[in-house]
Write a protein that binds this ligand. Structure first.
Ligand SMILES: *[C@@H]1O[C@H](CO)[C@@H](O)[C@H](O)[C@H]1NC(C)=O
Ligand SMILES: *[C@@H]1O[C@H](CO)[C@@H](O)[C@H](O)[C@H]1NC(C)=O
Ligand SMILES: *[C@@H]1O[C@H](CO)[C@@H](O)[C@H](O)[C@H]1NC(C)=O
Ligand SMILES: *[C@@H]1O[C@H](CO)[C@@H](O)[C@H](O)[C@H]1NC(C)=O
Ligand SMILES: *[C@@H]1O[C@H](CO)[C@@H](O)[C@H](O)[C@H]1NC(C)=O
Ligand SMILES: *[C@@H]1O[C@H](CO)[C@@H](O)[C@H](O)[C@H]1NC(C)=O
Ligand SMILES: *[C@@H]1O[C@H](CO)[C@@H](O)[C@H](O)[C@H]1NC(C)=O
Ligand SMILES: *[C@@H]1O[C@H](CO)[C@@H](O)[C@H](O)[C@H]1NC(C)=O
Ligand SMILES: *[C@@H]1O[C@H](CO)[C@@H](O)[C@H](O)[C@H]1NC(C)=O
Ligand SMILES: *[C@@H]1O[C@H](CO)[C@@H](O)[C@H](O)[C@H]1NC(C)=O
Ligand SMILES: *[C@@H]1O[C@H](CO)[C@@H](O)[C@H](O)[C@H]1NC(C)=O
Ligand SMILES: *[C@@H]1O[C@H](CO)[C@@H](O)[C@H](O)[C@H]1NC(C)=O
Length: 442
């Protein structure tokens, strides 16, 4: 839920298909294990020029479904069951650009199957029963979208994706991978590597070290919902990686230097782990722009933990166990959004906001704030918005925000502020942009 609110930059490359059926030819229907469709796409245009469907036992005969001589681009898709792709399944299909075989019960790919398909751009084999991917299977493949999600892959043989220079998106999510050796992704050009929803607990140092970005947006590495217990800076070691998703793993400790080998890291998601403490030296000084530490067990954040993060624009530390709001946090930052809601903070101390950048937006709702120092906001010039709703504030002194410009408002709803205390100050409060809807009648 936290994850979707975030903004990993990625581009959606869309192809528009216009259906023009210029020819239709259905072969004999005496066997019904699979219906193979071969779409001929108009040369250089993604328009279907002709569709051939072919019904048979499949396996060896996929190639027979396409016209042999035509030079048009082709797309093969299958409905039914194809358990094995053989070395010659696609042999002689000239200009095959897409192979789309989800949910056909595929268990095995023989190693030469894609060897001569130099024009293949999309290989979609998701929702099948593939158990392993072997070295040699994808040699020389120039496909830019490789989908293997929702299979039963346990092993990626060393070398299997080596030297693929045009991959773009490699989706291996929802499989049963437990470990990855370092030769698997060597010299691969990518923009998204999706390894979410596996059972990965072991990544060999160097696993991601020699991946390259396919474009200037760098690489996003998606590892959410696995079993990783720690960050190893020799594993997370790559100059092109810009986004790392590690939500819902079992990471319990963050150590100084953990992310030092990801110099271009822009977006880091660590929500839903078991982190208890954020020491100094993990993030301070880094160029991270979006940092999500929500839904952990964090009770301690070192005073300088976020200092000098000069690109930071969003920090999410909601749903943790913070008891203290530290007046020394956030030194040397640009204007940011800080979400510290759903913690156990009781006090906003003197000068608690002294380092909070001008014009920032701060969420502190759903804590246990009772005490707000008279000089809690001293040293702060402006805030965009401050959410203090759902706390236990009994008394609100108008002067507390005396020299602070509030661009939107301060939300004080659902606290324990007594109406009688507000007295004639209510209008003053309203002009100050403070929202109190429901003060309590004693
Ligand atoms: C392929 O081309 C050859 C010669 O150009 C022709 O004889 C043959 O019938 C064609 N085959 C198909 C399937 O169109
Ligand atoms: C193949 O297509 C025919 C006609 O549309 C259909 O009746 C049959 O169920 C399909 N077979 C498979 C395996 O999808
Ligand atoms: C690939 O091409 C080579 C040379 O053109 C040929 O010898 C080989 O049989 C082809 N393999 C397949 C699987 O089509
Ligand atoms: C593939 O095409 C070659 C010539 O281009 C031909 O000799 C060969 O028989 C074809 N193979 C198959 C399996 O159709
Ligand atoms: C995963 O693939 C199986 C077929 O292997 C399919 O029945 C199932 O619906 C797929 N699951 C999802 C979530 O798409
Ligand atoms: C690989 O595919 C890209 C398009 O995605 C194309 O520009 C490039 O020329 C292809 N490379 C080879 C060696 O075919
Ligand atoms: C990656 O694969 C998973 C599982 O098949 C699927 O749910 C998800 O939509 C895929 N992601 C993309 C971007 O295609
Ligand atoms: C993978 O297979 C290729 C040949 O297809 C071979 O050159 C390479 O050494 C193998 N790599 C590994 C890591 O086994
Ligand atoms: C990748 O390229 C390197 C260097 O050219 C080569 O040694 C290695 O065998 C290649 N890997 C595969 C799987 O083809
Ligand atoms: C992490 O798990 C929670 C709870 O199961 C879920 O709501 C959330 O979507 C997951 N996050 C990601 C990024 O998958
Ligand atoms: C920040 O991190 C560096 C190491 O990366 C460390 O030397 C420095 O003392 C840390 N503390 C502050 C407050 O910047
Ligand atoms: C951090 O920022 C402060 C204040 O802007 C500055 O004095 C200090 O030198 C910076 N430290 C580092 C390590 O960049």
């Amino acid at each position: 839920m936290q994850y979707t609110s975030s903004k990993i930059v990625f581009i959606v490359r869309t192809l528009f298909f216009v259906l023009i059926f210029c020819d239709q030819h259905t072969a004999s229907e005496h066997v019904d294990s699979a219906n193979i469709t071969c779409d001929c796409l108009a040369h250089n245009l993604w328009i279907i020029k002709a569709t051939y469907t072919f019904t048979n036992v499949g396996e060896d005969k996929i190639k027979d479904s396409c016209p042999q001589n035509s030079t048009e681009k082709k797309r093969i898709s299958i409905e039914g069951t194809i358990r094995t792709l053989h070395e010659d399944s696609f042999k002689n299909i000239s200009n095959l650009v897409e192979v789309v075989l989800p949910n056909v019960g595929l268990k095995e790919i023989e190693s030469g199957t894609f060897r001569n398909l130099s024009n293949l751009r999309k290989l979609h084999l998701h929702d099948n029963n593939l158990h392993e991917l072997r070295n040699g299977t994808f040699v020389n493949l120039n496909a830019s979208s490789l989908q293997f999600g929702n299979n039963t892959i346990v092993s990626l043989e060393s070398g299997v994706f080596q030297n693929l220079s045009n991959v773009g998106e490699l989706n291996l999510s929802k499989n049963k991978i437990t470990e990855i050796r370092k030769g698997v992704f060597q010299n691969v050009y990518l923009w998204i590597l999706n390894l979410e929803k596996n059972a990965i607990s072991n990544l060999e140092p160097g696993t991601f070290a020699s991946m390259f970005a396919k474009d200037k947006f760098g690489i996003s590495l998606w590892l959410a919902n696995n079993n990783l217990e720690a960050i190893d800076s020799q594993v997370f070691n790559n100059n092109y990686i810009q986004g790392v998703g590690l939500a819902n793993n079992s990471i319990s400790v963050l150590r100084p230097g953990d992310f030092n080998n990801l110099p271009n890291l822009d977006s880091l998601h660590l929500s839903g782990n078991k982190i208890q403490e954020v020491p100094e030296g993990v993030f301070n000084g880094s160029r991270i722009r979006i940092l999500n530490l929500s839904c952990n067990k964090i009770s301690v954040i070192a005073a300088g933990a976020f200092n000098n993060m000069t690109s930071l624009s969003l920090i999410e530390i909601q749903h943790n166990k913070l008891k203290e709001w530290d007046s020394k946090w956030f030194l040397g930052l640009p204007k940011i959004i800080i979400d510290a809601s759903y913690n156990d903070i009781e006090t906003i101390p003197a000068q608690g906001f002294q380092n909070v950048p001008e014009g920032s937006l701060v969420e502190l709702d759903h804590n246990h704030i009772k005490n707000i120092s008279d000089i809690a906001f001293a040293g702060l010039a402006s805030l965009h918005y401050l959410n203090l709703s759902y706390n236990e504030i009994k008394e609100w002194k108008v002067d507390v925000l005396k020299n602070v410009v509030i661009e939107e408002f301060v939300d004080l709803r659902v606290n324990k502020i007594r109406c009688s205390d507000m007295g004639t100050d209510v209008p003053v409060l309203q002009t100050k942009g403070v929202l109190i809807e429901d003060c309590q009648v004693p």
